[in-house]
Design a protein around this ligand. Sequence first.
Ligand SMILES: *Cc1c(COP(=O)(O)O)cnc(C)c1O
Length: 388
Amino acid sequence: MRKINLDKFKRIERETKEINIDPLQTGGKIPEFTKPSLITWLDGYSICDFCPGSLFDLKTPPVKLFVEEILPEFLGCDQTRITHGAREGKYAIMHAVTKPGDWIVVDANAHYSSIVAAERAKLNIKKTEKPAEPEYKINPEDYKKALEEIEDGTGNPAALALLTYPDGSYGNLPDAKKISEICKSKGVPLILNGAYSVGRMPLNMKELGADFIVGSGHKSMAASGPVGVLGTTEEYAEKLFRRSEYYPAKEVEMLGCTVRGMPAVSLMLSFPFVQERVKHWEKEVENARWFSEQMEKQEIAVQYGEKPHNHDLMFFMSEKLYQISKKHKKRGFFLYQGLKKRGISGIKPGLTKQFKLSTYGLEKEDLEKVINALLEIIEENNHFLNDQ
Ligand SMILES: *Cc1c(COP(=O)(O)O)cnc(C)c1O
């Protein structure tokens, strides 16, 4: 057997830069003030000290209060649970309300985790029509068409529909209300995938007309994950939160208890901060639009996806950075390294032609620093652009 040196495991630490624009991480940064409390929950199963038989009945720490009163109001739904993440929520819903071979309609911009969850639930997947460049918008009509095609093809309505709100590629926010009305008129329940919205922006499941909502704690609720939230109406709660025949305190789709330690506490500790920050969503959208404008005005890159943009997650295409990468000895990595040197991280190493970033939670001065850094990097490499 290969002898492995375990020294590598003696010190595993993370290094971060002052300004992080990684869309995966901007909304999941935990508030400093939660750290002293969090450190008391690091041991395994720490949350179970006063377990009454089910995680969701815990009074200390206050999971029951959080799940029964606080989250339902925050999400605009009747019943909620804490999950390990958005994907676990989606899978639980799919598994609970469909049977293998049923159809699900998802938007063409859906996240891979929605597709994989549907595969695991053994569903047939229909995507809405491919959206048009450069905005890649999902239209309510696309849902109508996809749902009707399934009805015509199988003789039955689809078992479920899912809308990614917003999607993780372009940060587009489709007209969820209109889409939910279409689904309702066809008798198809709708899942709202709020991995990039719940905890960032104000959102109300019932007002948008959805039957289920999932969110991601580590992506958008300032929590140390893996952790997520799941919500539904009274109508679907019974099915989704069905109890075990053998262990009546345990819910089957939740496998009894979900998040059994520190991440659940992190979600709750951060909640007051999250509840406050969603009130300032307009400022976040303003910042995102300002950033997008600067990228285009200064001829750094062009923003794809909805314009004007309504979310902090944005997709850019840069012909300039791409041209430099073709001649630079570091290839595409010059961009990552140039930004790192200037205290900025979050654009994937190697990417130049197209990349995503997020302006969430950053101050205007920090966004200015990012723009200036990009301009400096281009200036530094200008000779690669001129000698054609
Ligand atoms: C990140 C992301 C997810 C996955 O969230 P998890 O909580 O990690 O499961 C799902 N959907 C979208 C659109 C995402 O961007």
